[in-house]
Structure formats: structure tokens, C-alpha cells
Design a protein around this ligand. Structure first.
Ligand code: SAM
Ligand code: SF4
Length: 335
């Protein structure tokens, strides 16, 4: 139902049309900026079931959400994720939803790419911070780069458009950013660079990982011609066209505030907590609403309440000493 009376409009006149859902907190990797080595995962009973995920996503579609991104943790390690996408694809078929997409580390993509395409997925984001196998293993703590490269090939064979996401890490991959950009564009993929965000305790100091994309961009601009382009997704990415490659390069600078005014998105964790801003602790428990009644009245009331109170902007601050700003890990909230 996209009737305006039911649309989700927050207290700052922003319309919510984009839902990100973490389908699991589990992952087959342990990226150093995302998880600690000894992560403990949530009990299965705390996670939303397949049916609850479908109900929840469908409720948002009823309220005018046009795009759903599944994330995690690693969405492809959840066994029933294909069934979830298969079910949600009915909203694509009916025209009420424009897009179902995923953010994945790509390790299992070679197994799933064709099925995703068959269910109407057209694009995926694949996270890849390096093209060096040893470095890849170090960043992910044990991952094998080849699996991701195979996944990228499978995605292409299945006709999926791929955007690479690379986190810029001080002293880790900063010498490789240009190579990543050239690789992505050479393979016909967009690439977006991301600044590290202070989410969850990962056992190392955030300030040591943080590399400003302003610095990265200035360095790239010494070697490449970057022309800003107007493409906006309602999210934090700002894009340039790289003249030498013809490709598109995005910069996600979550630590800056330049995107909050056009924010169109909300996030639901794998346990059903709805967060209307990545940078705020306050959430609404949609699992309780889902489990509290068979009808969707409680669910819509909780969604309405959350959206009405969507914060104007986030308040990350890396310079603050002490524990990470937000206790929840990215893998729980979903990137
Ligand atoms: N496992 C999938 C993946 O890696 O693409 C999906 C979940 S992951 C949490 C989503 C994105 O968040 C990835 O691109 C990852 O690099 C990014 N990410 C994780 N922790 C981050 C952090 N602390 N700061 C910035 N980006 C982060
Ligand atoms: Fe897993 Fe993605 Fe986090 Fe890496 S960034 S540990 S792949 S959830």
C-alpha cells in the first residue's frame, strides 16, 4: 500500500523508503574492524524466524518501502535466506517493491548467485578490502580471497550487477586503494570506499584503524581525474566518475554529517530491533510486536513510533576516549 497516509514520514519530513535487514549475526569471517576474534553469537531463538522476517519486511512494503537490503553478519550463511528472498520476490512481481539486494562478503556467492538472480535480485554489494591473498587472510582473520573472486565471477555469469565495498584501513590497505579502484572498474563494477565506524568492541583501538577518506581522495586525485557526479541514493555515499577508467567511485563518510538530511533508511537487526539511525542506541523491539500478536497492529504501531522519532542526525565521535561509541557490532545491526 503506497497511499500517502500510510507512508512512513519522520519528524523531519524525510520519507522512509529503504529497509536494511540483518538476517543473522553469524559470519564465516571475522574482519578486524567488524568483529573480535572470539565473537559470541546470539542464541538462535533470539533471531527472527523466516516467517517473522517475511512478515516484518512485508509490513514495511505496506508502508511504502521500495527497497530492501539483506545483510548481516553474512546473509548467505543463513540457510533459509534463499527461501526468504523467494518469498519476498512476490512484492517485486506485484510492483510494490523495486529492489531486493544483499550485502555479502562474497565467499558463498559462487554457490548462490544464480538462485539469487532467479529470485529477481539484480544487484549485490560485495565487500572486499584487498586483492592480496595474505592481506585478505589477515583482515578477515582466515578468509580465502579466491572464494570471493570465484563469487564475483559467478555473480557476473548470473547477470548480477556488483558494487564493491572496501573499508579504508590505516596502514593496512591504504597503499592499495588505487589498485582496487582500477580492478573494480576494469571488471565493470562500481566501487565504494568506506570509513571505519566505531561500532562494537573489536579488540583494537578505533583511532588506529581510522583513515579519513578525505586523505584517500586527495591521494587518488593526484593520480586519477575524479569528477563529482550527482548520483545520490539517499545514503551516505557521494560519487565521482574516474576519467581514466570510466567507472564510478563512491565515498561513504559516515563520520561526517553531510548525508543525514536526505536519509531515507531504517535498519532492523537480526533480533528484530528497529533502529532509525545507525548512530543512535535507541531502538524499538519489533520482535516483541511480531510475537505479541498475530495481527500486524502492534508492529505498525512500533514502526510508527520509531519513525516519528527518527533522529535528525548521528553523533559519532572518534576522538572520544574510552569504549566504542556504540556497543552493538556492525554484524548485529547490519551494514
Ligand atoms: N558480511 C557482509 C559483508 O561483509 O559485506 C555484510 C555485513 S557487513 C557488517 C556490511 C559492511 O559493513 C561491509 O562492507 C563491512 O566492510 C562494513 N563494516 C563492518 N564493520 C564496519 C565498521 N566498523 N566500520 C565501517 N564499515 C564496517
Ligand atoms: Fe563478516 Fe561482513 Fe563483518 Fe566481515 S564485515 S566479519 S564479512 S559481517
Amino acid at each position: 500500500m503506497s497511499c500517502p497516509a500510510r507512508a512512513l514520514i519522520d519528524g523531519h519530513a524525510r520519507r522512509v523508503t529503504y529497509l536494511r535487514v540483518s538476517v543473522t549475526d553469524r559470519c564465516d569471517l571475522r574482519c578486524v574492524y567488524c568483529m573480535s576474534e572470539a565473537m559470541s553469537f546470539l542464541p538462535k531463538r533470539d533471531l527472527l524466524t523466516l516467517e517473522e522476517l517475511d512478515r516484518l519486511c512485508s509490513a514495511f512494503v505496506d508502508r511504502g518501502v521500495r527497497k530492501i537490503r539483506l545483510t548481516g553478519g553474512e546473509p548467505l550463511v543463513r540457510r533459509d535466506v534463499r527461501a526468504l528472498i523467494g518469498g519476498l520476490s512476490r512484492h517485486l512481481a506485484s510492483g510494490r517493491l523495486d529492489e531486493i539486494t544483499l550485502t555479502t562478503n562474497g565467499t558463498l556467492l559462487s554457490r548462490h548467485a544464480q538462485a539469487l538472480a532467479d529470485h529477481g535480485v539484480r544487484r549485490v554489494n560485495v565487500s572486499l578490502d584487498t586483492l592480496d591473498p595474505d592481506r585478505y587472510r589477515a583482515i578477515t582473520r582466515w578468509g580465502a580471497l579466491d572464494q570471493v573472486l570465484d563469487g564475483l565471477a559467478a555473480a557476473r555469469a548470473a547477470g548480477l550487477a556488483v558494487k564493491l565495498n572496501a573499508v579504508a584501513l590505516a596502514g593496512v590497505n591504504e597503499d592499495e586503494i588505487e589498485r582496487l579502484v582500477r580492478f573494480a572498474h576494469g571488471e565493470g563494477m562500481d566501487i565504494t570506499l568506506i570509513e571505519v565506524m566505531p561500532l562494537g568492541d573489536v579488540g583494537v583501538a578505533r583511532e588506529d584503524q581510522f583513515l579519513s577518506l578525505e586523505t584517500v581522495r586527495a591521494r587518488l586525485a593526484e593520480r586519477l581525474t575524479l569528477t563529482p557526479i550527482a548520483d545520490r541514493t539517499g545514503g551516505p555515499a557521494r560519487y565521482v566518475r574516474v576519467a581514466e577508467t570510466g567507472g564510478r567511485l563512491g565515498f561513504i563518510t559516515p563520520m561526517s554529517h553531510n548525508f543525514c538530511e536526505s536519509c531515507n533508511r531504517v535498519r532492523v537487526t537480526c533480533t528484530g530491533m528497529l533502529y532509525t539511525c545507525l548512530g543512535h542506541e535507541e531502538g524499538r523491539d519489533l520482535r516483541r510486536a511480531l510475537r505479541g500478536s498475530e495481527g500486524d497492529g502492534l508492529l505498525h504501531a512500533a514502526i510508527d513510533d520509531a519513525v516519528a522519532n527518527k533522529p535528525k542526525g548521528h553523533d559519532f565521535d572518534l576522538s572520544r576516549a574510552g569504549p566504542p561509541m556504540l556497543a552493538r557490532h556492525m554484524s548485529v545491526t547490519g551494514g
